[in-house]
Every structure is written in structure tokens, then in C-alpha cells.
Design a protein around this ligand. Structure first.
Ligand code: FES
Length: 270
């Protein structure tokens, strides 16, 4: 998809979005099937990828779809309480919330990603969701990555950092443990309110995004704090703080000097 011109509708010069849809097997995929056999009319903008449950969707895949040039990503699952695997859609909601927060650090419109619940009997709702989301993406316009210019390069770098962050232990355990922490308490037995949990989540997500940016920048070539700050757009103070943390965890290591400034490289790199 990358580098292609935005496709136009066969019968007009209108922009025709490419939307990737991750549909759970038991509800939304069956809802799509019902819409099809019922001959409901809708835009042919959706590329469907069937997953067994919306909760089984790895959060890096929606980001990868955007990185590949998709104009929008729709995640669809069973209505809350109806998941074939009991609570998979609650997990999907938690992953989605994290993805939305990560998207705030990326120069892409947050609305390009959407989560919807569609049951097997809701062919008409499936039609409505696809039509509405297509109209929304048409208004937003093509994914800027398709232009292959400097801005596209910057967004790809941001998406790489977000993908890297979703693969890390902290964000994965956030998805797995959020419900437990809120219902049973944290390691100190404290039950956290929704606001407290949101605040902690925001901090972890921002930290992980910045640290992923740093790790990816020093993956092969050693860089100073100033070099990293210049390349990422974060302040030198912010980079310094996270470099110190990453060094302490031995994720990055000192590797020579540039003038008098120490350079760092990813552990096991170069
Ligand atoms: S099986 Fe549909 S969301 Fe879990």
C-alpha cells in the first residue's frame, strides 16, 4: 500500500479509503456475512481480517496496518457480555484504550482507529458501521504516509516506536493486570480508582513511547543524548532522564564519546 496514489472510486474522482477491519470470528464476521447474504449495500472499502476474538488481536497489528498505508482501522467484536471466550472483548477494549493513547504521540488523526461491537444478527448494524466509518475517513483524507515525504518518514518513525512499545513487558502487563489492580488492588493492596489508574496508565504509556524511540535510535549507531533529542524532538532533559533509566536496566549501554559527550547504543547492538 505504501507509496501508492490514493485510490479513487471507479465512477468518480472521490477518494476511496482503504480500511483494514479486524473482525472477531463469532460475532462481527458473522454479522458481515449476514450483511452480505442480505445484499445490504455499503462502500467496498473494508479489507477484512478474521481473528478468533477481538481480545486475541495483538495491538501492534492495527499500528502496522496504519504504517502500511491503511487510511483507517476498524476493530470489531461481540457486544460486552457476549464474547465467545467470556471476557475477550473487555481485553480488546483495554488494548484499544492503550492504542488510542499511543496515537496521541503520533502525527496521525486519532479517529483513524475505531472499535465497534457488532453481533452475528446485526447485518444492518455492520452496514451502518462500515458506511459511517468510511464517511469519517473520507473527511479526514488519505493516510499521509502514502506521500513518502519527510512527514511520512517522521510518522513511520513514530509508529515504529509505538509498535516497539506495545511489544514491551510494561504495556503487555498493563493490559493483563488492569482489571485485577482495580478490583483486587496493587502490590500494596491498594484499590485504585479509575482516575488514578488512568493517570498511571498515561505515565507508563508516555514513558514507554519515549524509551522505545530512544532504543530504536541507538539500535545500530551510537548516539549522544543531544543527537537523540534532535532526532526525536524530545527535550534533552527528557531524553537524559530516560537514557539513565534504560542504562540502569542495561537496555542501552555507553559506547564511546562524541567530543566530550558520552554516546549510547542498544545492548547487543553494533
Ligand atoms: S469472540 Fe467475539 S469478541 Fe471475543
Amino acid at each position: 500500500m505504501e507509496g501508492e496514489k490514493p485510490p479513487m472510486d471507479e465512477n468518480s474522482l472521490e477518494f476511496k479509503p482503504k480500511i483494514v477491519g479486524f473482525l472477531c470470528n463469532w460475532c462481527s464476521y458473522a454479522g458481515a456475512d449476514l450483511a452480505g447474504v442480505s445484499r445490504l449495500q455499503m462502500p467496498t472499502t473494508l479489507r477484512v481480517i478474521r481473528v478468533m476474538c477481538s481480545g486475541s488481536l495483538d495491538p501492534k497489528f492495527p499500528l502496522s496496518a496504519l504504517k502500511s498505508g491503511a487510511d483507517g482501522v476498524l476493530i470489531m467484536g461481540c457486544h460486552p457480555g457476549d464474547c465467545h471466550y467470556i471476557s475477550g472483548n473487555y481485553e480488546a477494549q483495554r488494548k484499544y484504550n492503550i492504542l488510542k493513547k499511543l496515537l496521541k504521540f503520533i502525527d496521525l488523526e486519532n479517529e483513524r482507529l475505531q472499535l465497534e461491537w457488532v453481533s452475528a444478527s446485526e447485518g444492518a448494524r455492520f452496514q451502518q458501521v462500515v458506511s459511517d466509518f468510511t464517511s469519517k475517513i473520507k473527511k479526514i483524507g488519505p493516510n499521509p504516509i502514502q506521500k513518502k515525504d519527510e512527514k511520512a518518514k517522521k510518522i513511520i518513525g513514530q509508529l515504529d516506536a509505538a509498535i516497539h512499545a506495545t511489544e514491551g513487558f510494561r504495556l503487555r502487563s498493563l493490559v493483563g493486570r488492569e482489571k485485577k489492580i482495580m478490583e483486587l488492588g496493587n502490590a500494596y493492596g491498594e484499590i485504585l480508582s479509575r482516575e488514578e489508574m488512568e493517570k498511571i496508565e498515561d505515565e507508563i504509556i508516555e514513558d514507554e513511547f519515549i524509551r522505545s524511540n530512544i532504543v530504536l535510535r541507538v539500535e545500530r549507531v551510537p548516539k549522544t543524548v543531544e543527537d537523540i533529542a534532535l532526532a526525536t524532538g524530545f527535550s534533552t532533559e527528557t531524553v537524559f532522564k530516560h537514557v539513565a533509566r534504560l542504562w540502569k536496566k542495561q537496555i542501552i549501554l555507553p559506547h564511546g564519546y562524541k567530543k566530550l559527550s558520552p554516546m549510547y547504543i542498544k545492548a547487543g547492538g553494533a
